[in-house]
Design a protein around this ligand. Structure first.
Ligand code: SER
Length: 341
């Protein structure tokens, strides 16, 4: 009995999953098998060849998927984000690390059974960086991939370790085995900045304030931003994040020399972002009520990242700077979205 060839997307009901599946369906070139612990919104489910509700920690479930489907590409998006992970660090470790190991193992087995390389796309994060204090953050400016990788959150530690795990499986797996052979897993990771989508809200992250203030203003709800106005970290419009994943997927193996790449779109302060929101929605009830603990996390993230390597090696070019992201992507889409309710 033939297995059905698919692209596996974990965390498919989440913010990135939503947009990625939309984009893959648009491209028409892939049949998607979507996996998530949460039920699927109908607009996600109808774009997939198959959907499964289940846990990436359930090895039997993953084996059942392998019995039904031929998986040559994995987008492993499932994770507990940085704020949520701090309330349940051990669980976050299980989901973020053991979950990733389970998926890498699935990819290894698929590579073996298919006799060709399986591509494994992994969203890492600016949370892998950890600047010790605001002065160091200001001095550091644009941070390159090898700098300041001393994360302070469980999520950041998990993402950084999983980058290494991916590198190990990709390049050094079972290096002492008598019949040493390449694992067949082609692991590629992108360290995303805060992502802002016009269609969904993130859940459980610490960069969520940007999306939350825009969506709240569009719905007419008050919003108290949990970081100070002068807080600055990099962000990116969701469509650029998805295009980056697809560009890295398509890049020839010899062009990809690193295992984790920075990418970014723009890096407004929270106050600058609030200014744009107020201009677009003059009635917005937007205030600042910093939460010192979430603030402390964001203060360790760089104010900007250097994405020269992604640009050079696989042609990363974001389409949206801040003005375009706000005026051409966010504003029209969030306005339409909430007007239709
Ligand atoms: N957006 C993520 C978070 O805030 C960072 O990768 O946790």
């Amino acid at each position: 009995m033939a297995r059905k060839p698919v692209v596996l997307v974990t965390g498919a009901s989440g913010e990135m999953g939503h947009s990625l599946i939309h984009r893959l369906a648009e491209a028409g070139a892939y049949d998607v098998l979507a996996l998530d612990v949460r039920p699927f919104p109908p607009e996600v489910a109808r774009r997939c060849a198959a959907v499964r509700v289940g846990d990436i920690l359930d090895r039997h479930l993953l084996e059942r998927l392998q019995s039904e489907f031929e998986i040559a590409v994995v987008f492993h998006l499932a994770a507990l984000l940085s704020t949520r992970a701090e309330f349940v660090p051990e669980t976050a470790h299980e989901v973020n690390v053991q979950g990733t190991l389970n998926l890498l193992r699935l990819a290894l087995e698929e590579a073996r059974s298919l006799g060709r390389r399986v591509k494994f796309l992994f969203p890492s994060s600016i949370a892998v960086y950890g600047l010790p204090d605001p002065a160091a953050k200001r001095r550091a400016g644009r941070v390159a991939e090898h700098e300041w990788t001393v994360p302070v959150t469980m999520y950041g530690c998990n993402k950084l370790y999983c980058e290494h795990l991916g590198r190990y499986v990709s390049r050094h797996y079972r290096q002492l085995a008598a019949q040493g052979e390449p694992s067949g897993v082609d692991f590629r990771a992108i360290r995303f900045p805060g992502l802002i989508s016009a269609f969904t809200l993130p859940s459980g992250g610490t960069s969520d304030y940007a999306s939350e203030m825009i969506h709240a203003a569009a719905v007419g709800q008050p919003y108290a931003c949990f970081v100070r106005e002068d807080t600055r970290i990099p962000f990116m419009a969701m469509p650029d994040a998805i295009e980056a994943l697809l560009a890295l997927l398509a890049a020839p193996a010899d062009a990809v020399t690193a295992l984790a790449y920075n990418v970014t779109g723009f890096n407004p302060s929270a106050g600058e972002l609030a200014g744009l929101v107020r201009r677009a929605f003059p009635a917005a009830r937007l205030t600042f009520a910093p939460d010192p603990r979430r603030q402390a996390i964001v203060d360790t993230w760089p104010e900007d990242v250097d994405d020269a390597r992604a640009r050079r090696e696989w042609g990363f070019r974001p389409a949206y700077d801040l003005a375009r992201a706000f005026n051409e992507y966010l504003l029209p889409n969030v306005t339409r979205r909430y007007a239709a309710r």
